[in-house]
Design a protein around this ligand. Structure first.
Ligand SMILES: [Zn+2]
Length: 886
């Protein structure tokens, strides 16, 4: 802890004097706990699981390269019992084996100094099979068709859980070749990073030996086994498979075809072909919620990979493609080239998010992936474009730089947040649009070629991009990756006809924020003319030769990670030119204006004036931006006297769009966009208590019960959610029965999501109690509680339930659960007194490591409370004006 504090102090000193202090990768200077004198080169691991006892027995041989003489070996192990250890064939006494549980270390004292050169370490050990996605874990599921209860095994090692599977140098910089052997029942299929090399029958099952991997980081290992099926194809030299539980393989068809398409794109983009002989996409019916880029064997929560044309929605299809594209980008960015330490996690995640969206948009322009605001339908979703979500978090006092020091395992796990993924992605997009696509790609190819099978820091990426672009990328980038926050650029028309620009830090609910400056790769255009660029390197700058009567739009297409505030004359000109702006720019104006309201830089009337002046349209991304704000305000006003009046106004804004889109698919419509918009409108109008929409949803649900084919899969989540929201007990039971019966993870989720929205307090309690059962996979069961807090409008009932059952709930959560879960449930409150309650709870019941999450939740509660107070009278006044005029 002391070293960490020192590190923070020096880091701050460096930051305030000169940014861009990071050095290129060097093995010996890479942070971490493990000494670097003895380095593993090859592992050979044999695992024998005992499914009944939920334990496993293991042995391993690790070839070591000893670079300077050592008296002890230090590596990682967690919840593993070491039964025997020997070095170069010489058995160590039990007293020489020390486990340090707190630091997750295994230290082996050697009888004599180990000379430099090659040595072999042998270990025999025992570990446990976990209930949640941590290390080796089991999943129980209902088999497709038979409905029989089955069990399978899977693994999840990132960030620091490979050490639960076998003792290892579990820091990303220790690349080594891993060769796994496992014993499984004879009717099981076993999958790992590499193809099976040999298989033989032995007592109690079969022994499966996999080929050794190329040098890689330990967290990228994978082991999955069970009664599995697969479908396969080839792409050049690469075998492609989608692996599922029995009876579901055909639902992997869409993913298999997308995999081939994406692989070809990346082979070309990176300039280095996918290096492993096979790529498996593995569907897991539980254990964890997202996806994990294990090299050659990517694991997915089942509904992130499987698509059933008969019952899956368009949104699921899009989600699958985006997740595939993200995880496959990691096969290069993350796996072939790996960040040296977790402080550079953004290199993996920011890049994969950017690359995945770029690839998705390339093949599926109709999805508008760069434009759409992510809907929080899925709390576990991390990939996908969500520049807005990242900017909202980055404006707060609780934000942090993209690159931040990481000292402990907890900090490594906490690094997986919106800033790492989405701000990283957003910054790369801004940089690409500034350098140009071709120059940027050349830089990436150069980086890949120089660093494959090795590790890197951010400095290595900037060096490669600087060489191809001739621009000082590290200098531009430093402000964005090494300091928190982002700027707002204020635009002012001067008397002399020039336009002056001033930058300052943009903040929300953050008084006395330290002022910061950025090098901003600005873009701007006189509406209707060709865009231009300006690298803004100072606090103020100006643009000349803008005709005073013409509208000027900054941040062309919204590709930049900054906000813009226009003075009155500029804003008036823009409002007059709305019909000449493309949808990207209109979306950007909407999101910036809403941000100004949140930041208390503008009244809500500025936003609604813009909304009302926009030309009539059914543009998905534009309408979703509006829907998002209406939905947010509606939830904020929940239980207040202003809500009904606001709902009436909000419906009047959305109804014309919904009347144009209608309930049914129309010939000639842009199917994907119209479908998404239709579903969003139904859900939101339902939440806004639109009587016609609610009645219609009920009718459709009734027809669905009689004949499921009567309701299009795309509309099901929306219709169920409206029906669930206003459900009585009988309807709740019908939805519940449907959820219990289906073996499709996706359909199941739709029904339980609908239950979570029930506004009747008695039903909300009923839904909450499901989280304690095994009706849902563990990772989903815990999120049901957050969903009730958000959707039912009863965060109070939810918190009482969670507090009473915290232990049972956390047993189902993953590594992060203990720190984030309870604070997360408080973020749905907008009442100041709750902040105190959370602080008190944290003090008595939460680990110290949860402090950042507690601070974040307190900030969110205070922000919502303040905004609610501020918006209520502004909304009243605005709506009264509308009524009087109308
Ligand atoms: Zn990722």
């Amino acid at each position: 802890m002391r070293t960490l504090l020192l590190f923070l102090v020096t880091e701050f000193a460096i930051m305030s004097s000169a940014l861009s202090s990071e050095k290129p990768f060097s093995f010996k200077d890479t942070p971490g706990k493990l000494p670097k004198e003895a380095v593993p080169t090859d592992y050979s691991v044999r695992i024998v699981p005992d499914i009944d006892k939920l334990t496993f027995a293991g042995t391993e041989t690790v070839k070591l390269d000893v670079r300077s003489r050592v008296r002890q070996l230090v590596l990682n192990a967690l919840e593993i019992k070491i039964e025997a250890a020997s070095v170069d064939g010489q058995e160590l006494p039990a007293s020489a084996i020390k486990i340090d549980e707190k630091n997750e270390l295994l230290a082996l004292a050697l009888p004599s100094e180990l000379a430099t050169g090659e040595h072999a370490l042998n270990l025999r050990f025992r570990g446990k099979i976990n209930e949640q996605g941590q290390g080796l874990f089991y999943m129980r599921y209902q088999e497709q068709g038979s409905g029989a209860r089955k069990t399978m095994l899977g693994s999840q090692f990132e960030a620091t859980d490979a050490r639960r599977f076998f003792p290892c140098w579990d820091e990303p910089v220790f690349r080594a070749c891993f060769q796994l052997t496992a014993v499984v029942p004879e009717n099981w299929l076993a999958v790992s990073n590499m193809p099976i090399e040999s298989e033989k029958k032995i007592a109690g099952g079969k022994e499966v030996r996999f080929a050794a991997t190329p040098p890689m980081s330990s967290y990228l290992n994978v082991f999955v086994a069970g009664e599995l099926d697969f479908i396969e194809s080839r792409s050049g030299p690469t075998q492609l498979r989608v692996i599922t539980t029995k009876g579901k393989a055909e639902m992997g068809r869409y993913a298999l075809e997308a995999t081939a398409q994406i692989l070809k794109y990346y082979n070309d983009y990176f300039g280095v072909a996918y290096p492993l002989p096979k790529l498996d996409q593995i569907a897991m019916p539980g254990g964890f919620g997202g996806a994990m880029e294990n090299w050659g064997g990517i694991t997915y929560y089942e509904s992130k990979l499987l698509f059933d044309p008969k019952s899956s929605s368009a949104e699921t299809k899009q989600d699958i493609y985006e997740v595939l594209a993200h995880e496959m980008a990691h096969q290069w960015f993350g796996d072939l080239v790996t960040m040296a330490w977790w402080d550079n996690l953004w290199l993996n995640e920011g890049f994969a998010s950017w690359m995945g969206s770029k690839c998705t948009a390339h093949f599926n322009p109709q999805w508008e992936v760069w434009l759409r605001r992510e809907f929080p339908r899925d709390p576990t979703r991390r990939v996908g474009i969500a520049k807005e979500a990242a900017m909202e978090g980055d404006a707060r006092s609780t934000t942090h730089p993209i690159q931040q020091p990481v000292a402990t395992e907890t900090e490594a796990n906490s690094a997986f947040d919106d800033i790492t993924y989405k701000k990283g992605q957003s910054f790369l997009r801004m940089l690409e649009s500034f350098l140009g696509e071709d120059v940027f790609r050349e830089g990436i190819r150069r980086y890949m070629a120089a660093h494959m099978y090795s590790n890197t820091t951010t400095a290595d990426l900037w060096n490669a991009l600087s060489k191809t672009s001739g621009k000082p990328i590290a200098e531009i980038a430093a402000g964005w990756t090494e300091q928190p926050g982002f700027p707002i650029v204020r635009v002012k028309r001067e008397q002399d006809g020039s336009v002056s620009l001033t930058q300052e830090r943009f903040t929300v609910n953050f008084k006395n924020a330290p002022p910061l400056e950025w090098r901003i790769p600005l873009t701007y255009a006189v509406v209707g003319e060709t865009p231009a660029t300006l690298l803004m390197t100072r606090k103020s700058d100006n643009i000349r030769n803008i005709p005073p009567s013409r509208a000027l739009k900054l941040n062309v297409n919204g590709a930049g990670n900054y906000r813009v505030e226009y003075d009155q004359p500029s804003w008036k000109l823009l409002l007059g030119a709305l019909k000449n702006l493309n949808v990207e720019d209109r979306v950007n104006l909407l999101s910036d204006t809403w941000a100004l309201v949140q930041a208390n830089r503008a009244p809500i009337s500025l936003f609604f004036e813009l909304v009302e002046k926009l030309p009539v349209s059914t543009e998905l991304a534009e309408r979703e931006q509006i829907i998002h704000v209406l939905d947010f305000i509606n939830r904020l006003l929940s239980d207040s006297s202003e809500q009904e009046k606001f709902q009436r106004y909000a419906r009047s804004l959305l109804r014309p769009t919904f009347d144009a889109v209608g309930w049914e698919t129309k010939p000639g419509e842009q199917v994907a966009a119209a479908t998404n918009l239709r579903a969003s409108l139904i859900t939101t109008l339902g939440n806004l208590d639109d009587p016609e929409v609610v009645a219609n949803c009920r009718e459709r649900f009734k027809a669905f019960l009689a004949n499921p084919d009567s309701l299009a899969p795309d509309l099901r989540p929306a219709v169920f959610s409206v029906v669930g929201r206003y459900a009585d007990e009988a309807t709740w039971n019908q939805l519940h029965q449907l959820g219990l019966k289906t073996t499709s993870i996706e359909e199941k989720q739709n029904y339980y999501d609908a239950l979570a929205g029930a506004m009747d307090p008695k039903l909300a309690r009923k839904t909450l109690s499901i989280a304690l059962t095994d009706e849902l996979p563990t990772s989903r069961a815990v999120f049901l509680v957050s969903r009730v807090a958000r959707e039912s409008g009863h965060p109070d009932i939810t918190w009482d339930f969670a507090k009473a059952n915290m232990k049972a709930l956390l047993a189902k959560a993953d590594a992060l659960g203990a720190n984030t879960y309870a604070p997360g449930l408080f973020t749905f409150f907008s009442d100041d007194s709750r902040a105190e309650k959370l602080r008190a709870y944290a003090k008595n019941s939460l680990p110290v490591a949860s402090a950042p999450q507690v601070t974040k939740a307190v900030d969110e509660i205070q922000f919502r409370a303040e905004l609610k107070k501020r918006l209520a009278p502004q909304l009243n006044a605005w709506i009264d004006i509308k009524i009087n005029r109308g």
